[in-house]
Design a protein around this ligand. Structure first.
Ligand SMILES: Nc1ncnc2c1ncn2[C@@H]1O[C@H](COP(=O)(O)OP(=O)(O)O)[C@@H](O)[C@H]1O
Ligand SMILES: [Mg+2]
Length: 471
């Protein structure tokens, strides 16, 4: 693919050697970059502080502050700004030092002379790397604000009581058990716990224990070695390893088999586990949040859930109340969802009239907030604009049952979930990196800041394939 995303990328070249500096400038301008030049470190730092840069090429040997020091200072100011250090004769030891100081890469002046291709490729890759890094950071900020407390809507005392617990324990490593009916917001609570903890910069890994067949769940959680079972054609990292340093969210924990419950108990007790087919013990530092819509004490009485595991998980119990017990939140939620849906679906609905709102408040919401959100989505999409009224309500709501309807099993959520969105975003970044590097997986992994194995796994999982191959 020949796109030119770097068309306006801005490169600073710092070199005291006039000839080499102008040669670099020429190569870069011809490749479509805009270029600023400086002939020593001081002048270079001035440009760094006053201009919007995407990349710095800096010579190691400079009068005054040397190139390595320039890199160090730049990284302190903005560690998303990549620096490529230009080394001269016999300066292999400088290249290592440069990388330690935070340089993206180094370029050997003599080796590269006469051939602009390696320079162009390196520059292009570094600029792309920066773009991904900035995007990644943006995504993270978005995730944080998405899952701050501000996005958990509701003023009812019942909800606020649970949120108070979340606020208090978010920043601890305590295991939490979030309980509540389907659609009440358990996953939202789990995210708030993670994104308001010191682990927020690390992974939040979600495993839906109810959705994965029992025989796969163990290797999903703990990974497996090659040959561990018939289809284990390669080593696979488990979700616990992926979550190392971060949080694992074990959703629908009540659906886990007794056999796996034993293994999970051990992880909670010893913070270590063995991948399927391996005798090597792996230690992990993972915060565990579990959720269930089942009544675990009943499951214990029925012999479906281990009591010892229950106590290990239930260190901090967090109950999310059903929506019918906080009918006062319905109005706030309705406003919140209408605004969100208008934005996401590009609609211009202007609220809801009081008659229709009252019916929404009176309804029992067996599917809780998820059902309310799905109901509004249907209404907003069909209506597009104006004020929602009774005619927009689905039939079962126009003849509302009492607010004590039996609880329904989990309703399928409609549209694209946030996890799916993140997944799409990730697929997009990976495809771009692979395109950019002509499917050189080592380079693509470096560009993405992933290790190669992780990248290969993601390529497989996402079923990405090179345009040059048939499969
Ligand atoms: N208090 C709330 N404020 C805003 N949105 C909510 C709230 N509770 C739930 N939701 C939304 O309702 C849907 C279902 O929530 P989720 O956390 O998946 O429920 P659960 O895991 O308990 O089944 C999600 O789209 C979630 O964002
Ligand atoms: Mg859920």
């Amino acid at each position: 693919m020949t796109t030119e995303p770097h068309l306006k990328a801005h490169v600073l070249v710092v070199d005291d050697d006039d000839g080499y500096r102008s040669m670099l400038e020429r190569i870069l301008i011809r490749a479509g970059y805009s270029v600023t030049t400086a002939c020593d470190g001081l002048e270079g730092m001035k440009a760094v502080n006053s201009e919007q840069l995407d990349l710095v090429l800096v010579d190691v040997n400079l009068p005054g502050i040397n190139g390595i020091e320039v890199v160090r200072q730049i990284q302190e100011i903005d560690n998303t700004l990549p620096c490529i250090v230009i080394t001269g004769q016999g300066s292999a030891e400088y290249s290592l030092e440069a990388l330690k100081a935070g340089a993206h890469w180094y370029l050997d002046k003599h080796f590269e002379q006469g051939n602009p291709d390696p320079i162009r490729r390196l520059v292009e890759q570094a600029v792309e790397h920066k773009r991904l890094k900035v995007e990644n950071r943006l995504l993270h900020t978005q995730l944080r604000s998405q899952y701050g407390f501000g996005n958990i809507v509701g003023n009812s005392p019942a909800l606020q009581e649970s949120l108070d617990i979340v606020r208090k324990v978010a920043d601890s490593d305590s295991t939490c058990l979030v309980t509540g009916e389907s659609g009440t917001g358990k996953e939202l609570f789990a995210r708030a716990l993670h994104y308001n903890s010191q682990r927020a910069d690390r992974m939040l890994v979600t495993v839906n224990c109810g959705a994965i067949p029992e025989e796969l769940l163990e290797s999903e959680l703990f990974g497996h070695v090659k040959g561990a079972f018939t289809n284990a054609s390669s080593h696979r990292e488990g979700r616990f390893s992926v979550a190392n340093g971060g949080t694992i969210f074990l959703d629908e924990i009540g659906d886990m088999s007794l056999n796996l419950q034993v293994k999970l108990l051990r992880v909670l007790q010893e913070r270590s586990f063995e991948p399927v087919g391996s005798s090597k013990t792996i230690a992990v530092d993972v915060r565990v949040i579990a959720a269930t819509n089942q009544d675990l004490p009943t499951a214990i009485a029925d012999g479906r859930f281990r009591e010892d595991l229950y106590y290990r998980l239930n260190v901090i119990p967090i109950e999310v109340p059903p929506l019918r017990e906080r009918a006062g939140d319905v109005e706030l939620l309705v406003d919140f969802f209408i605004e969100k849906l208008n934005k996401n679906k590009n609609k211009k609905v202007q609220g809801i009239d009081s008659e229709a709102l009252n019916l929404l408040k009176d309804y029992g919401w067996p599917g809780n907030v998820r059902e309310l959100e799905n109901t509004l989505e249907r209404m907003v999409v069909l209506r597009s604009e104006g004020e929602l009224d009774i005619g927009d309500l689905p039939r079962q709501l126009r003849t509302a049952p009492l607010a004590s309807a039996p609880t329904a099993p989990s309703l399928p959520s409609s549209g694209v979930s946030f996890n799916e969105l993140v997944d799409l975003f990730e697929t997009d970044l990976i495809s771009q990196a692979l395109d950019k590097t002509s499917w050189n997986k080592n380079k693509a992994a470096k560009m993405l800041g992933l290790n190669r194995t992780t990248l290969l796994e993601k390529i497989k999982k996402k079923k990405l394939s090179s345009p040059d191959t048939d499969d």
